[in-house]
Design a protein around this ligand. Structure first.
Ligand code: UD1
Ligand code: CA
Length: 449
């Protein structure tokens, strides 16, 4: 199949999305729609051409990680046939089949496409059309066949009469062509229809006379063309089911898959348990035996083995060491790293901070721009006052530090190993090892040697 040329049409704006952003860049489960199509295309061949027009620079940028991807530019969107014409130079001289895909058909699986190409080759067809049967075919081109099941025509919704509109076999818009026949057909397309567009399906009229046209039908769940936000939500639903099914097959327990939202680009190991209403975004890695309770949002975070994330926690761009408990209702903001065996409790906010092994921040604290050593205990209501109205400053705690409840640590400030603060202290100056400070502002109370 490596001699297949794949052409992906993605020039149209997608008016029915009612968006300032081109349709193919809208995301499904955290990944742009067009990336799904490209991933499948590369399963078939490395010879891939993308037809772009609207927001072409943005599309190019989004796709810059795909190797050997060629772009052709369609200045005006005059129809699917016209779009393919822009790739004429790639088609000409290409020996082997040409597969046409749409940037807005993200659910398609490469197995289905391979099957289409194989049938195209084995039956020596000139054109092979992927069709599907839909309960509600509204909006799609309808497949017109004779009594022998031979394809006669494809009629667009806009050009269809009521009888034709009743046909529920539809054109998915995906085809396999022999390259020389495609070139000849493109040269003869006209725009004599109700939309004044150059329709690619019109190629049928030029190929049918001299060559065999076959149809192959695909599962209706794969061929959904995303035209509006409702289709986008349907696609999201189907992708979510696929993602969740895959994790469950790999040994992850999803208590309620219907309310579990895991984006593309996440890794979850086996024997992880995920409770309902949880949203896990791209870049997240979750190791074995982790439990994530309900109503959590986790993005771009690495969670080590046997961690427990309790109800209602929000965790962004952080790392969490083994056997640590977080939450309920904790908020870990970007660049936070927590060691092993720690406990981060309820209503604790951490930002750009590191917490050493076996340290605890159990209740009602704000920890910002802090480095906390090992085996520290941060009392309830402690505030790391990191902002003086102009700049953020750092607070550094050694190991075995005990911060009394309701302490305010005014940064920049350092507290040595085994130091303590009394409840309600406001610490404005550095504290030496083994010292106890208290009061407002905090003063040395005693020092052990
Ligand atoms: C097309 C088919 C229809 C089929 C449906 C399946 C035609 C005439 N009709 O209709 O039979 O049932 O797909 O989804 O082909 N595009 C360009 N340049 C253009 C026009 C379109 O790049 O000038 C791209 C669009 O960005 C999109 C794809 O081609 O990714 C399909 O275009 P769209 O306008 O959505 O076609 P449909 O009207 O849905
Ligand atoms: Ca469409």
């Amino acid at each position: 199949m490596r001699n297949t040329l794949v052409i992906i049409l993605a020039a149209g704006m997608g008016k029915r999305m009612n968006s300032d952003k081109i349709k193919v860049l809208h995301k499904i489960a955290g990944k742009p729609m067009i990336n799904y199509v490209l991933d499948q295309a590369y399963e078939i061949s490395n010879d891939v051409v993308c037809v772009i027009g609207h927001q072409s620079e943005k599309v190019k940028n989004e796709l810059n990680s795909y190797k050997n991807l060629s772009f052709v530019y369609q200045e005006e969107q005059l129809g699917t046939g016209h779009a393919v014409m822009q790739a004429r130079n790639h088609i000409k001289g290409h020996k082997g089949p040409v597969l046409i895909l749409y940037g807005d058909t993200p659910l398609l699986k490469h197995e289905t496409l391979k099957n289409l190409i194989n049938k195209h080759i084995s039956k020596s067809a000139g054109m092979s059309v992927l069709t599907s049967y839909l309960d509600d075919p509204t909006g799609y081109g309808r497949i017109i066949k004779d009594e022998n099941g031979q394809l006669l025509d494809i009629i667009e919704e806009q050009d269809a009469n009521t009888n034709i509109k009743k046909i529920n076999e539809i054109n998915t818009g995906l085809y396999c062509f022999s390259s020389d026949l495609l070139i000849a057909a493109l040269d003869n397309l006209n725009n004599d229809n109700n939309q004044g567009e150059y329709y690619l399906p019109e190629a049928i009229n030029h190929i049918r006379k001299s060559n065999k046209i076959i149809t192959e039908s695909a599962d209706s769940k794969e061929i959904l063309g995303v035209n509006d936000r409702e289709d986008l939500a349907n696609a999201e639903y189907i992708i979510r089911q696929r993602i969740n099914r895959e994790y469950m097959n790999k040994g992850v327990t999803l208590i309620d898959p219907k309310s579990t939202y895991i984006e593309e680009g996440v890794k979850i190991e086996k024997d992880v348990t995920i409770y309902p209403n949880t949203y896990i975004k791209s870049g997240t890695i979750i190791k074995k035996d982790v439990v994530i309770e309900s109503n959590c949002l986790i993005a771009d975070t690495e969670i080590s083995e046997s961690v427990k994330i309790k109800h209602g926690s929000v965790i962004l761009q952080s790392t969490i060491g083994e056997n640590t408990d977080v939450g309920p209702y904790a908020y870990l903001r970007p660049q936070t790293s927590i060691g092993k065996g720690c406990r981060i409790g309820n209503f604790v906010e951490l930002k750009k901070s590191s917490i050493g092994n076996e340290s605890k921040v159990p209740h009602l604290s704000y920890v910002g721009n802090a480095k906390i050593g090992e085996k520290c205990n941060i009392g309830a209501g402690t505030i790391f006052a990191n902002y003086d109205g102009f700049n953020k400053h750092e607070t550094v705690l050694g190991d075995d530090v005990f911060i009394g409840s309701n302490t305010t640590l005014v940064a920049p400030v350092k507290l040595g190993n085994n130091s303590k603060t009394g409840a309600g202290s406001v610490v404005t100056k550095d504290v030496e090892d083994n010292s106890v400070v208290l009061g407002v502002p905090a003063r040395l109370y005693k020092k052990d040697n």
